[in-house]
Design a protein around this ligand. Structure first.
Ligand code: PLP
Length: 589
């Protein structure tokens, strides 16, 4: 969207009002109100506007207009560094310099003012309100698209910048840097939005997963099902507890293939039971029922167990041995990942978990607000069916912090208390440590950013979904391209928009040449990563994930992505798909 820094003269045209200029200035402000353009003003103008608002107004309609418009304008704060830069600048007028420096800091496209002569040498073009409106009406304001970034976090600033700025100033002023009221507010709202009883703000998505597993008592001797195509953090959390990740292939929706989960759970169970029958493993669990009760027992002894886990893992790491694995451990937990924002088949996963007495931790790191129709009836947010739901707020996520952050949600009071303890060194009361925990606290600044952004998450999610629909419309049925399928009864939130292409690498290269950034999520399934060599897998073990890994391509996807940008991307994709011969000919010309 076009970003315009509005001069104070535009506001005064309306406030005073100055008849000859009123209409054009009013039209520019209206574009801001209608969110057709991003309207910014500099902090020094802001105080002048407030002065006028408080002192001189009896024109009620003008006053109303300005008060309304101020809500849609964002303010670029005047900081010491801005002042210093403005002093040092070559331009003669300090106030003008201030505008230019502010505009540069926030990547503004145009300065809109009647005093354009003041900005003759400005690197940012200055237009009068009339010129601006004429260009807008004739469509000439719109920049030609020559590139599309994979992600554009800057395009989110306008909506949220000032509230975040206020909150961060409050944190600095009061020096409450860790947890605190902004994190509390975030936790309360996120729990509410996700439809969970509790939320615990933590330091990252990886940490959220680790805490969840620790709180459930997962440790050495446990095996945990993890989809083979996910970000490595899902599996790492299992290793961090000293347990063994057991990889399973995905289905055509890129999520856990539940039938394959059943096969592996049953075969492990069979192995455990046979060992017991031949008396090889007397001390081990005798049957599913026992296993279940032991799992429950583990949950109530989190403290002891975790101390042991921490100790054992530390010993192993010191000896450079890597995680404990015997490939025989019974499966006690499943981690379905709602990959790319698409809910896994939770009804079937929960049924299987129930049947075998397994615990479930949902990895919702890519799926904030994604829902599925539970038992075909009621919409349920991901993360609220299993014992815990883990979320990441890595900056590029659907809900992104300004640094590292994550959260857990749960409906279970006891688990909530345990997870909260683990987040903060096993404490409930300051310096009274009930169990061995960790420092997994969320920083106040991240809580502040997330609490602000949460207000927009629903709107942003809908935009992602609209973008996905447009991609589907433009690329659906195109030869050589496969658009993503949605599992029936799910509401996908499109953290990523994934296509498959016959010549994926060629397509990615071509897009790059044309200015379209794309990504691979993920190019190597976990079983073929060096880190997991110790599990002894080989190529061919997980054919669906392996095939997908060579074909998938993530196209740009974020709420602020414009229709024109999506069309540009799709046109380039289609262009690439004209015959290779023609491509070669074109290149030779
Ligand atoms: C599926 C999945 N799980 C876990 C994580 C880990 O989250 P974080 O990066 O916040 O530690 C991520 C982050 O990319 C993820 O995508």
């Amino acid at each position: 969207m076009i970003k315009a820094l509005l001069g104070i003269d535009l506001i005064l045209d309306i406030l005073e009002p100055r008849e000859e200029f009123y209409l054009d200035s009013f039209s520019v402000l209206n574009l801001c109100d209608l969110q057709k353009i991003e309207g910014w003003i500099s902090g020094d103008s802001y105080s002048t506007i407030h002065y006028f608002l408080s002192k001189e107004l009896d024109e009620s309609t003008s006053r109303d207009k300005i008060v309304t418009s101020l809500k849609s304008l964002s303010v670029i704060p005047v900081r010491n560094s801005t002042l210093a830069d403005a002093f040092e600048s070559q331009h003669p007028d300090f106030e003008d310099n201030l505008k230019i420096v502010s505009a540069q800091k926030f990547h503004i496209d145009f300065i809109v003012t009647r005093n354009t002569s003041h900005y003759k040498n400005s690197p940012i073009e200055a237009l009068t309100p009339q010129e601006f409106m004429n260009r807008y009406k004739s469509g000439k304001l719109v920049k030609e698209i020559t590139s599309v970034p994979f992600l554009d976090l800057k395009s989110q600033h306008h909506q949220i910048y000032n509230e975040i700025d206020d909150r961060i100033t409050d944190i600095i002023a009061n020096t409450g840097f860790i947890l605190g009221k902004h994190v509390d507010e975030f936790e309360e709202r996120f729990a509410e939005l996700q439809g969970a009883k509790h939320c615990i703000g933590v330091s990252s998505g990886t940490d959220a997963l680790h805490i969840a597993l620790l709180a459930l008592g997962i440790g050495p001797g446990d095996a945990v099902i993890v989809p083979v195509n996910t970000f490595i953090a899902t599996a790492e959390a299992v290793n961090l507890c000293g347990a063994e990740p057991v990889f399973v292939d995905c289905d055509r929706f890129y999520n856990l293939d539940v039938e394959k989960v059943r096969e592996i759970v049953e075969s492990r169970q069979y192995a455990v039971n046979s060992r017991q029958r031949v008396g090889e493993d007397r001390g081990r669990r005798s049957e599913v029922g026992d296993q279940r009760s032991e799992v429950r027992g583990q949950r109530s002894e989190v403290g002891d167990r975790r101390a042991e886990v921490g100790g054992q893992y530390a010993v192993n790491s010191r000896q450079g041995k890597g995680p404990i694995t015997n490939n025989e451990s019974p499966i006690t937990c499943i981690i379905p990942v709602h990959l790319y924002g698409q809910p896994a088949n939770m009804d079937e996963i929960m049924a299987l978990a129930e049947e075998f007495g397994l615990m479930v931790v949902e990895d919702g790191c890519q799926a904030h607000l994604a829902r599925y129709r539970k038992s075909d009836v009621r919409w349920q947010s991901v993360g609220t069916t299993g014992a815990f739901g883990a979320f990441s707020f890595y900056p590029g996520k659907n809900l992104g912090a300004y640094g590292e952050a994550g959260a857990l949600v749960t409906n279970d009071e006891e688990l909530y208390m345990k997870a909260k303890m683990i987040r903060q060194h096993g404490e409930i009361e300051r310096y009274h440590h009930k169990v061995i925990g960790h420092n997994y606290r969320m920083e106040a600044i991240q809580g502040a950013v997330l609490a602000t952004k949460l207000k927009y998450l629903d709107e942003w999610t809908k935009k992602r979904q609209e973008n996905a629909r447009l991609y589907n419309e433009l690329l659906g049925g195109v030869d050589g391209i496969q658009t993503p399928e949605e599992l029936e009864g799910t509401d996908c939130v499109y953290h990523l928009y994934i296509i498959q292409a016959d010549d994926r690498d060629g397509l990615q290269k071509y897009l790059q040449e044309k200015g379209v950034a794309s990504g691979l999520h993920y190019p190597i399934p976990l079983h073929l990563q060096e880190a997991y060599e110790y599990l002894g897998h080989k190529e061919g073990d997980f054919p669906v994930a392996e095939k997908a890994a060579g074909r998938i391509l993530s196209l740009p996807m974020y709420p602020e992505l414009m229709e024109r940008q999506i069309r540009y991307v799709c046109d380039r994709v289609k262009e690439f798909l004209i015959s290779p011969q023609r491509r070669r000919e074109r290149r030779d010309i």
